[in-house]
Design a protein. Structure first.
Lengths: 254, 286
């Protein structure tokens, strides 16, 4: 049996009076490739932020297999980044070393080489000195993936990495994702695209404030928690209606 | 009039002008890099409100001990920190919007400060506090300004990478687990620099030297380091040019320095290499 690398226990997150996550429990196995799905505002990005350590849960906890938080690479939503900041592509990739080297240590030649190689891997060779503001949406996302590469982390958290990205870049980045999966890294990715989830992500977790279900992706589709017939916003209503019917039946049984 | 008499002699002959120039250059070296991060974090307007928040503390110190450097410094620091904490409280526990908090605190601080100043001082004293008197820089003020600059440079060196990340990818900084101290240190440095700049430029002009060169620099370069160095150069040139103009034209020194900073900034926004009005027109035509 696969080992549970990360266990969520009754995780809740409040933003002021609004509850973004409510008693979410679940497991992420080591080496798994999991999609976090759900309609807008369902708490997907919030869950990723809690996992990454960006925000603290207001209740519940996260238990890591090793007892303490392992190294994680985190790719935030592109819209949360300031694209007109005066930094070069190379500079952006170097920021990936910050969790490891902090303020004191120098970059050293090996890290500079690693950054160059990462840029080559994502097809941005020769872009080193360009400003990030000059990049297209796809190129910027590739630069962010290069930063994930240099972090060389066993756990990778990606928040909507394919939003506003052209088909060619998506295909390139998916290949990278599958390569990481093959290397045994644990990948948790917030996604909207159901087709992509079914095709590439063996595991899924469906959120709507609370966790509607998690496990093998094909089971999520079987249980209609993920469905091509309904859009994400309708899924929750369908799920609620079905729960309501079950409750009603149970009360009749009683 | 020779070029020497026009550009050099005023600073050689006038001790007040020398001290004013040294104060402005020292302020530029420490405060402008900090101002760069203020503008990049898009809190320039909030920081403007904060610059007025020090006024009630300065005014209380003035009521107690007149124009003394250290009481006014401590009064300004205390008021700045208290009002900043109060703004956080209002933003978190009431439904007032962020810009409304700053408007409220800006106007209230300014009004309270001016009313308190008027209890003891005349119109001239009020103008002195609001617009500063760069030419009245003395040894004590220079010591304070230099100490703040040294503290700022060492602190910035200690949190530089974190500050860069906090500007353009704050979530990544927090996820790194290393970002806890970056914002509090940055905030304390900002208040210290505000009070230091106040000594030379008054509460209304204090931010001009810190922020305007920083805004100008990003229209010329896309490198953080280069932008910071360029900001400092612009601030130093503006200080020299502003003081020189104020000497020859007999205009108030602080506002003239800020006026030159503003012209540099406006010129960069219109004619800079990156993202300026001219580069926009060129892009549309070709």
């Amino acid at each position: 049996m696969e080992e549970a690398l990360i266990t969520l226990r009754d995780l809740s997150v409040d933003y002021g009076p609004r509850q973004a996550l409510q008693n979410v429990s679940g497991i992420f196995h080591e080496g798994s490739l999991t999609a976090i799905a759900g309609p807008n505002g369902s708490g997907k990005s919030t869950l990723l932020k809690v996992l990454a350590g960006v925000i603290r849960p207001s209740a519940g906890k996260i238990v890591f297999a090793q007892g303490r938080k392992p190294v994680m690479a985190y790719l935030p939503q592109v819209s949360h980044l300031q694209r007109d900041f005066p930094i070069s592509v190379e500079g952006l990739v170097y920021t990936g070393f910050y969790p490891e080297i902090g303020e004191r240590k120098g970059l050293e030649a090996k890290r500079e080489r690693a950054a160059k190689k990462a840029l080559k891997d994502v097809g941005l060779e020769g872009y080193e000195n360009r400003s990030i503001g000059e990049l297209s949406g796809g190129e910027f996302q590739r630069a962010l993936f290069a930063r994930v590469i240099v972090q060389n982390a066993p756990i990778i958290l990606l928040d909507e990495p394919f939003t506003s990205v052209d088909a060619e870049t998506t295909s390139r980045l998916i290949k990278l994702l599958l390569k990481w999966h093959k290397e045994g890294r644990t990948i948790i990715c917030v996604l909207h695209d159901l087709l992509m989830i079914r095709k590439y992500f063996p595991e899924s977790m469906v959120l709507q404030g609370k966790c509607l279900g998690s496990g093998h992706t094909h089971k999520m589709f079987e249980q209609k928690l993920l469905s091509f017939d309904l859009d994400m916003a309708e899924l929750y209503s369908a799920h609620e209606a079905s729960n309501h019917t079950h409750d009603h039946e149970h009360s009749h049984d009683a | 009039m020779t070029l020497d008499a026009l550009f050099i002699q005023p600073f050689v002959e006038t001790a007040m002008l020398q001290k004013a120039l040294v104060a402005c250059i020292v302020l530029s070296v420490g405060g402008v890099p900090l101002g760069f991060f203020v503008t990049q974090r898009r809190i320039a307007l909030a920081s403007d409100a904060m610059s007025h928040a020090i006024l009630p503390g300065v005014a209380v110190a003035f009521l107690i001990s007149g124009f003394s450097v250290w009481p006014m410094t401590f009064g300004g620091l205390a008021a700045g920190i208290l009002i900043a904490l109060f703004s956080v409280f209002l933003g978190r526990y009431t439904k007032i919007k962020e810009d409304a908090v700053f408007t409220l605190l800006f106007l209230l601080s300014l009004a309270v400060g001016v009313v308190l100043l008027s209890l003891k001082g005349g119109e001239e004293d009020i103008i002195h506090v609001l617009f500063g008197d760069t030419l009245a820089i003395d040894k004590e003020k220079l010591i304070f300004i230099t100490s703040v600059t040294v503290l700022t440079l060492f602190s910035l060196a200690a949190i530089y990478r974190g500050l860069v990340l906090d500007c353009f990818d704050p979530d990544f900084l927090m996820a790194s687990g290393r970002g806890k101290y970056v914002r509090p240190v940055f905030f304390v440095l900002f208040i210290f620099n505000l009070v230091a700049a106040f000594q030379a430029l008054g509460t209304l002009m204090a931010l001009g030297l810190m922020l305007l060169p920083a805004i100008a620099s990003v229209f010329w370069t896309h490198r953080v380091g280069a932008a910071i160095v360029l900001s400092v150069i612009i601030a130093v040139i503006s200080s020299y040019a502003g003081l020189l103009i104020s000497y020859h034209a007999n205009t108030p020194s602080g506002p003239t320095v800020v006026l030159v900073c503003g012209l540099f900034c406006l010129g960069s926004v219109l004619f800079g290499r990156r993202g300026s009005a001219v580069s926009f027109v060129r892009m549309k035509n070709f």
